[in-house]
Design a protein around this ligand. Structure first.
Ligand code: MG
Ligand code: MG
Length: 251
């Protein structure tokens, strides 16, 4: 069932989303060769908890051990922070963060370059971010969930990359994962209708090679099957009378 949020609840989510955006700003300068993903995770956790009433949504969610999911290169999602995972120049790293505040979750992921990266890797990141914004632009009353996925997919396919189909965006609110599912592919005017008060996490995951995935033996980390690089950009977005409102932003 889709849970619609009141204007007051949206303001609470926006407050949590601001903390989340500030957390990304806080870790970004630390992303450099030689840093472990566990160090980044510790920064995420302490920064979130430094805001009264805010906690990291992912810590313990379904048993996940970290505060952030931190995924390197061919890892798409759900990388477990580790002292043994050290960033190197040329890597890309996705930091996926959830914040619980005032009874509501928000969810936002960003892929960052570690030092200098290959131009094709930069293009993968740029296309994935552009596909997120294309999806957000369709997040308005009168459209359907399928309009979002179609917009995302169109940007990615034109660029010659692959949308991951095994993983989807989702409604977000009192629970981290609510209805509806928000696939990164689809057909316009198909799927649930977008209504004022819906809050959804739109999160294109894009592989440089094929779309196929597999899960590693740690039972968490999902990687591209062909080992090619993967990027992931995510915002929590509300549908309002005035169009899409990105909640996971400093603005
Ligand atoms: Mg996320
Ligand atoms: Mg999400």
């Amino acid at each position: 069932m889709i849970q619609l949020k009141s204007p007051r609840e949206l303001e609470t989510m926006a407050a949590g989303g601001r903390i989340l955006a500030a957390t990304h700003q806080h870790v970004k300068p630390a992303i450099a060769p030689g840093v472990s993903t566990l160090e980044l995770d510790a920064m995420v956790e302490s920064f979130i908890r430094s805001h009264a009433g805010a906690t990291p949504s992912f810590k313990g969610l379904y048993g996940f051990p970290g505060s952030a999911c931190i995924s390197i290169n061919q890892e798409i999602v759900h990388g477990i922070p580790s002292a043994k995972r050290i960033l190197a120049a040329g890597d890309i790293v996705t930091v996926d963060i959830g914040v619980h505040y005032g009874g509501f979750h928000t969810d936002s992921a960003w892929t960052y370059a570690v030092g200098a990266i290959q131009p094709e890797t930069q293009r993968l990141m740029d296309v994935t971010e552009a596909s997120l914004w294309a999806g957000i632009a369709e997040t308005k009353v009168g459209n359907h969930i399928g309009d979002i996925g179609a917009a995302v997919e169109s940007v990615v396919v034109k660029a010659g990359f692959s949308v991951v189909r095994d993983l989807v965006g989702h409604g977000v609110g009192a629970a981290m994962h609510e209805d509806p599912q928000v696939p990164n592919h689809g057909k316009p005017k198909r799927g649930p209708k977008l209504q004022v008060g819906m809050t959804i996490a739109i999160e294109p995951m894009v592989n440089a090679g094929g779309a196929a995935t597999r899960t590693l033996a740690d039972k968490w980390t999902i990687v591209s099957l062909d080992g090619t690089m993967s990027a992931h950009f995510e915002h929590t977005v509300a549908i309002t009378d005035d169009g899409p409102r990105v909640l996971t932003t400093l603005g």
